[in-house]
Design a protein around this ligand. Sequence first.
Ligand code: C2E
Ligand code: MG
Ligand code: MG
Ligand code: MG
Length: 279
Amino acid sequence: HVKERGRGDFGFYQRQMNLDLLTRVKVEHALREALGQQRIHLAYQPQLDLRGDRVIGAEALLRWTDPEMGVVSPAEFIPIAEESGFIIPLGAWALREVLRQGEQWNARGIRLTLSVNVSAVQFHHAGFVDSLVELLKASTLPPSQIELELTESILIQHVDETLERLKALADLGVKLAIDDFGTGYSSLGYLKRFPIHKLKIDQSFVRDIPGDESDAAISKAVINLAHSLNLRVIAEGVENESQRQFLLAAGCDEYQGYLCSPAVAPEEFARMVERLSSK
Ligand code: C2E
Ligand code: MG
Ligand code: MG
Ligand code: MG
């Protein structure tokens, strides 16, 4: 499962080493070729306001179908891209593509916050902030419509440099969210020092609510923690109505998950938003 091999999870590196070198080199080569041949795409998953049940944002997720290997999950190819350094051009491509998509949707009257996943390697790369500045300059999309999803593992590395970088990003006007919150390192100290806007409750805590008492308690605690720090909070992996009802009652701000829709191609996404907002 995705979560068991998430970014920054040491369990993954164990598995990664078992993937033989030849396979890694093959995947990396195919990945490079795929980006050049426009066989890598972004799919968009709606993020909804819990109280109004309206789509207010979208998370951009990479999708790759290889002619030989078939559909390759980002959980498989992102770590390989990180290890080879290819995540730098791939991540830059994703950001440019999201800005372009956001401009197009704004022009069509679909004004949403677009969330982009940023890997640790990409975040800590020397040129990251400058390249984002350039991309934003070249775009008409307001930076406030962009949200960067960072993992806890990013925040525990090179803490001073990270703090400076997060401040620079917040000064640009982009929003910062912590992805998979609660699965990483349990130091909460960074929450008060870092200019974070949102916590994303990991789907492993959402899966068995409301039935599982521990998960219910953890989800409520994250919601209350977020609110007492003046942060917004979104639940990921919401698949059914009883999960949604529980989160609504617990005061959660937003949700995303298969209950509304999986990530879909841009045009399908736009039509879905137009259909939902005309109801
Ligand atoms: P993530 O950022 O935590 O994304 C959430 C994952 O959960 C996505 O898997 C999404 O399709 C899936 N999901 C959404 N709703 C539900 C649900 O209701 N139930 C279940 N079971 N799953 C749901 P996906 O697209 O396979 O992506 C996996 C991971 O790959 C992402 O986790 C993220 O860490 C990484 N990733 C994807 N796109 C990018 C990217 O552009 N850049 C970087 N650095 N990482 C990416
Ligand atoms: Mg994410
Ligand atoms: Mg601009
Ligand atoms: Mg997540």
